[in-house]
Design a binder for this molecule. Structure first.
Ligand SMILES: *Cc1c(COP(=O)(O)O)cnc(C)c1O
Length: 411
């Protein structure tokens, strides 16, 4: 954990709770680790900005030379405003772009994720180079909800429809020079490697492909017992596959990966306060109610995801098995689901919590602020703070109550 007890207390004093905190040094270290990904014939690291699109994170990654994977027109705009050159941004979206012409004319790269998207691109830009996203036929995620490959996933062009993609490209004079696949989040590294091989096989059928983007999905351990994917190991395996691909086909492919989680997950936490402690008797549970929950960290409610939770106290206290819950009137607003059973309760052994205790929820840098159920129960959106070597800088203010209401129209 990057926050000392004193700094966590300082966060509460200056910004109130709940409050997101991101650590500059951890962000930089994970980006540098990913930048050293082994490769045979060139490498580009894209940041999947949907994991955490705060401008402070984007600016740091811009300075470190990362490129961007944007998942919507709005993310393209956000990356441009953060200072990324259009040519460093690639749009990979479930939704057909509403600004396709403007984006592509200024140099943003486009990754067609369906036959219809490819057709739209061909009509607007005949004769151009384009990327296609392929569903290689297999996927893997930490849960089915985070699996975006295989027959149960709508993401990308199904691998058996490659002929149609080529025909469509041919009709518009498009050259498919880049290929992309991304098969899930929290992917099993063995499946990741297998899918990488399958994607190389598909690239073999697309003779003009020069760049192969294998997406993100690298696992990050947030709590003990989970295992992070070793990027060096996956990269070395891939390097050899790329070398063999060249021996077979004579083609040296440029590699891209686009992690989100691996770059930011453990660089963020939420500083929160225990607002109540209740129990349900001798055969029941001890509950600590926090002022944070599904509104700031939805992943436990949504996927049964596990996040570390520390009760910050200098006192000697007995450990107590505690279920942590959030402040919303919703039984699913729970921070400690049972591991492997999202609907069960997973009490944690922590110093017995008291009202007013400071609590730090870890592993909250990815898909937390970015993917929160904001304003449920009318709680305002929490602020975001950048921690840099002991100093704290507000990078997004807490939403005001007036802002919660600002778009309501009264008669
Ligand atoms: C979400 C996403 C990523 C990043 O996934 P992580 O599991 O956070 O690494 C990369 N590429 C695409 C296309 C995505 O949708």
């Amino acid at each position: 954990m990057f926050l000392s007890a004193a700094t966590a207390a300082g966060v509460r004093e200056r910004f109130g709770t709940p409050c997101y905190v991101y650590d500059r040094a951890t962000l930089e270290a994970s980006a540098r680790n990913a930048l050293s990904f082994p490769n045979a014939f060139g490498f580009t690291l894209r940041y999947a900005m949907k994991a955490n699109p705060n401008h402070a994170v984007l600016r740091l990654f811009l300075d470190l030379g990362l490129h961007i994977d944007a998942s919507s027109d709005h993310e393209v705009e956000r990356a441009l405003r953060a200072g990324f050159q259009p040519g460093k941004i690639q749009l990979t979206s479930q939704a057909p772009s509403k600004n396709l012409k403007a984006h592509v004319e200024r140099g943003v790269l486009y990754n067609a994720c369906s036959l219809r998207q490819l057709e739209n691109f061909g009509e607007a830009f005949p004769g151009r180079e384009v990327s296609i996203r392929v569903n290689p036929g297999l996927g893997s995620g930490s849960t089915n909800r985070t699996n975006v490959g295989g027959p149960g996933s709508s993401f990308g062009i199904w691998h058996e429809h490659l002929g149609e993609a080529r025909e469509l490209a041919g009709r518009h004079g498009l050259r498919i020079t880049r290929m992309h696949s991304h098969i899930g989040s929290g992917t099993d590294p063995v499946v990741w490697k297998r899918c990488a091989r399958m994607s190389l096989g598909i690239a073999g059928q697309l003779p003009e492909v020069k760049v192969l983007n294998l997406g993100g999905g690298f696992k990050v351990a947030r709590v003990p017992g989970e295992k992070s994917t070793d990027l060096q190991d996956v990269g070395e395996n891939l390097r050899q596959e790329f070398v063999e691909f060249r021996q077979r086909t004579g083609r040296a492919l440029h590699l891209e990966i686009e992690p989100g989680t691996a770059l930011v997950a453990n660089a963020g936490c939420i500083v929160a306060t225990v607002i109540d402690v209740v129990d349900t008797g001798k055969d029941g549970y001890l509950f600590a109610k926090l002022d944070t929950g599904m509104n700031e960290v939805t992943r436990p409610s949504l996927y049964g995801a596990q996040h570390p939770i520390d009760v910050v106290t200098a006192e000697e206290r007995p450990l107590a098995k505690t279920v942590f819950v959030g402040p919303c009137c919703e039984s699913g607003d729970i921070l400690t689901p049972a591991p492997g059973d999202p609907e069960g309760l997973g009490p944690r052994d922590v110093p017995r919590p008291k009202i007013g205790d400071l609590v730090v929820v870890g592993g909250a840098g990815a898909y937390c602020a970015a993917m929160s159920t904001i304003n449920y129960n009318s709680y305002p959106q929490a602020p975001e703070v950048l921690h840099d070597d002991g100093s704290l800088r507000l990078v997004r203010r807490r939403q005001t109550f007036e802002q919660v209401l600002q778009n309501e129209v009264s008669e």
